[in-house]
Design a protein around this ligand. Structure first.
Ligand SMILES: [Zn+2]
Length: 274
């Protein structure tokens, strides 16, 4: 994960079809609020800055790295990309009067759900039958014999369980799980139009209200024709935009920590051989 602050590029965002900016506060803390442990921005610091999540294809991979229990990693993620936007998913009356924050358990549920989606997409593309079986087996712990297959996943502001009826094949089952996870989480993204002053025409784009929707928007794009692969350094899965990409990308021109680690390792090995 990089600490380099992302910047807002409206033109690039418009080309991607999701030209919305997201706010990143300077710092975040984890605290108790309304009986729940939440991640919140530290108030009274410098003004927040903006960036375009649509240009940050590393978002799903970086979110998927957040391990349940690791609060430091959650804060670091928010310092780079901002809150995921739980407050915007609440009905207006529930949200009224509450400070803007993301429940930490909810963040971890989405991290696990995105990780599951990236894994299933990767093993499906690789036609890796063993990997597919292993991934599905991990989900099976709640399954009762002769019962439908239950999968628990984060769906927008909630966590829900969904049953999948006897699959004709593991591939079909994995595809159904992926369809459900992605469709549930992009259901709030909708088309809007805007007047393009320079061209004198209306343009259509997709509108979203939370960062978590942008994460699943990237996943939905990768499902049809994109590629997910594993980082050679950390083993995490990420959206690959170029077949030569071997390490977790940063989305900026900066080299990723995983790429740096690999370069240092190769350099040390070369020195040893000399
Ligand atoms: Zn990595």
């Amino acid at each position: 994960m990089t600490n380099k602050m992302p910047t807002f590029d409206p033109a690039q965002g418009r080309r991607s079809g999701l030209p919305i900016a997201w706010t990143v506060d300077e710092a975040h803390i984890i605290r108790r609020s309304h009986g729940c442990t939440v991640l919140a921005p530290v108030v009274a610091l410098k003004a927040p800055h903006l960036y375009s999540p649509s240009t940050r294809l590393e978002l799903p991979g970086e979110l998927a790295k957040l391990e349940r229990g690791n609060k430091k990693a959650v804060i670091k993620f928010a310092d780079t990309y901002g809150l995921l936007g739980y407050s915007n998913l609440l009905p207006t009356k529930e949200f009224a009067g509450r400070p803007v924050s993301d429940p930490v358990e909810w963040i971890w549920s989405h991290a696990e759900t995105v990780q599951l989606a990236l894994t299933l997409k990767d093993v499906l593309d690789q036609e890796d039958a063993e990997g597919l079986e292993r991934t599905l087996k991990k989900l099976e712990h709640r399954r009762l014999k002769h019962q439908p297959f239950f999968v628990t996943f984060a769906a927008r502001g909630n966590v829900r369980s969904c049953s999948f009826f006897p699959p004709s094949s593991h591939r079909r089952l994995a595809a159904s799980i992926l369809e459900t996870i992605v469709n549930e989480n992009i259901s709030g993204i909708h088309p809007e139009i805007a007047w393009d002053e320079t061209r004198g025409i209306f343009v259509q784009y997709s509108s979203f209200s939370t960062l978590i929707e942008a994460v699943y928007w990237h996943l939905s794009n990768v499902m049809s024709g994109g590629r997910v692969t594993r980082c050679e350094t950390c083993g995490g899965r990420f959206i690959q935009t170029d077949r030569r990409q071997r390490f977790c990308p940063t989305g900026t021109k900066q080299e990723s920590p995983c790429a740096v680690k690999a370069r240092v390792r190769e350099w040390r090995e070369q020195r040893k051989r000399k």
